[in-house]
Design a protein around this ligand. Structure first.
Ligand code: SF4
Length: 390
C-alpha cells in the first residue's frame, strides 16, 4: 500500500503529572523526553514514509502527552527527520500542542524560527477550583500569563482547547473564561464536553458515586458557549471545533475526511487507505521501552474491510457541519460504490424531524446533520449501525 500525500501524527507520551479526566496514553512523572525516544521516533518517521512511499506531508501534528517537554534540539531533530523523510510543502500545516505551564519566551522564539506554524494550547478552564480538582499543572494566573506571552511573541496561528462543564465550573466562571479566551484573539477554539472514561480518576470517582455530575447543566453550558463563540467571529465546523473562516485545523480534517494518516511514536495509530477504500491500520505499542528498542516493528495491525470503512466514513464525516457528499464518497471508495440507499433513507427520516439537511442537484448529493442534528450524532450512528451498508 502506498500513499503519496499523508498527514503525520507524532505522539510524545510524557507528562509531568496526569490530569484526572485524561485517558490519552502518556507516562506521568516525566520532566523531559528521553533522547533515545526522539531517536526512535525519527527512525520510525523515516521508515514509515519509506514503507508507504510517502512523497509529501499534507500536515503534521505533534501531540501528546506533552510535546512542550521537548527541548529546542529535540524539536529541531524531529523536524529534520520529517523533512528528510518526505517533502514538507510551505503550505502544510505543522502544529504542536503546548501546556501553558511550559510556555516561555525562549520556547516561543524557538518555535517562531522553526517550520512549526500553529500552536494548540490546553487552557481548559479559568476556574481555580476546577483546574486544581483535575490536577492541571497551570492555574488561572499561569494560563493568563501564557496567553499574554503568546499574544506578544507568537507570530503564527494559534488554537486554544477548553473543557466545558468541569466540576466546580459555574455558568459565570465558564462564560467569563470564554470572554478572556476570545480577548487573546486565537483563530481556533476546541470546546470539548467533559467525558468520564472508566479508567481515569474522574471516571472511577463517578462510578463509585463519590462525585455527582449534572449532565443537563453541562449540555446547557456548552450551548451557551457555542452561542457566545458564534457571536464573537467563530463558526462551528465540527462537533467540538470552532474557527475563524479559513483557520480550520487541516490536520484534523484529514481524519474527518477519511484520508490516510501515519501515526508515529509509542501508542500512535495510522491508517492507510487504498483506492477501493479498504485500509491497513497499525497501532504502536504503549510499552515505551519496547518502542525505543525497535520502533518499526513494535506494533499490531488490522485490515479494515470496505464495509467497516464505509461505516467509519459516515461516523467521522458527519462530525463535520458540512456533512458528507456523494463526491467525497466516490473519492474514498472508487467508482463501484455510491452512498447506500439505506443511508439516504435514514437521512430523509432525520430531515423530516428537522435534524438533517439534504442537498441534491445534478452534480452531487450531500447531507449534513447541521448544528441541531449534530447534537444527536451518537443516535444517528446508532441507527446507522443497524443498516445494510453494502
Ligand atoms: S490532559 Fe494533557 S497534560 Fe494532562 S495528562 Fe492528558 S496528555 Fe498529559
Amino acid at each position: 500500500m502506498t500513499v503519496s500525500s499523508a498527514a503525520l501524527y507524532i505522539h510524545i507520551p510524557f507528562c509531568i503529572s496526569k490530569c484526572h479526566y485524561c485517558d490519552f496514553f502518556s507516562r506521568g512523572g516525566s520532566n523531559s523526553v528521553p533522547d533515545s525516544y526522539v531517536e526512535a521516533l525519527c527512525q520510525e518517521i523515516r521508515g514509515r514514509a519509506k514503507k508507504f512511499s510517502v512523497k509529501e506531508w499534507g500536515s503534521v501534528y505533534i501531540g501528546g502527552g506533552t510535546p512542550s517537554l521537548l527541548n529546542a534540539r529535540q524539536i529541531k531533530q524531529i523536524l529534520s527527520a520529517i523533512k528528510e523523510a518526505a517533502v514538507l510543502p510551505e503550505s502544510s500545516e505543522v502544529t504542536i500542542e503546548l501546556n501553558p505551564d511550559d510556555i516561555t519566551e525562549n520556547l516561543l522564539e524557538t518555535l517562531n524560527e522553526s517550520r512549526i506554524n500553529r500552536i494548540s494550547v490546553g487552557i481548559q478552564s479559568f476556574n481555580d477550583k476546577a483546574l486544581s480538582f483535575c490536577h492541571r499543572r497551570a492555574d488561572p494566573g499561569k494560563n493568563e500569563e501564557a496567553l499574554s506571552l503568546i499574544q506578544k511573541k507568537w507570530k503564527k496561528r494559534f488554537s486554544i482547547d477548553l473543557i466545558c462543564g468541569l466540576p466546580f465550573e459555574s455558568e459565570e466562571s465558564f462564560m467569563s473564561g470564554l470572554e478572556k479566551i476570545v480577548s487573546f484573539n486565537p483563530d481556533h477554539i476546541s470546546m470539548y464536553s467533559l467525558t468520564f472514561e472508566d479508567e481515569t480518576p474522574f471516571g472511577k470517582l463517578l462510578n463509585q458515586k463519590k462525585i455527582e455530575y449534572d449532565y443537563d447543566f453541562s449540555d446547557a453550558l456548552w450551548l451557551k458557549g457555542r452561542e457566545f463563540l458564534e457571536n464573537h467571529g467563530f463558526y462551528q465546523y465540527e462537533v467540538s471545533n470552532f474557527s475563524k473562516k479559513g483557520f480550520e485545523s487541516l490536520h484534523n480534517l484529514c481524519y474527518w475526511n477519511h484520508k490516510s494518516y501515519l501515526g508515529c511514536g509509542s501508542g500512535a495509530t495510522g491508517t492507510v487507505y487504498n483506492e477501493e477504500g479498504s485500509a491497513f491500520r497499525f497501532t504502536n505499542t504503549t510499552n515505551i521501552e519496547k518502542y525505543i528498542k525497535n520502533p518499526l516493528a513494535s506494533f499490531t495491525s488490522e485490515e479494515i474491510d470496505v464495509k467497516t470503512s464505509v461505516l467509519e466514513f459516515f461516523m467521522m464525516g458527519l462530525r463535520k457541519i458540512s456533512g458528507v457528499s456523494e463526491k467525497d464518497f466516490y473519492n474514498s471508495f472508487g467508482k463501484k460504490l455510491t452512498i447506500p440507499d439505506s443511508v439516504k433513507k435514514l437521512a430523509e427520516a432525520w430531515e423530516r424531524k428537522d435534524l438533517c439537511k439534504i442537498t441534491e442537484n445534478e452534480d452531487d448529493y450531500s447531507f449534513t446533520l447541521g448544528k441541531e442534528g449534530i447534537l444527536y450524532l451518537n443516535r444517528f450512528i446508532f441507527e446507522l449501525l443497524d443498516l445494510e451498508l453494502e
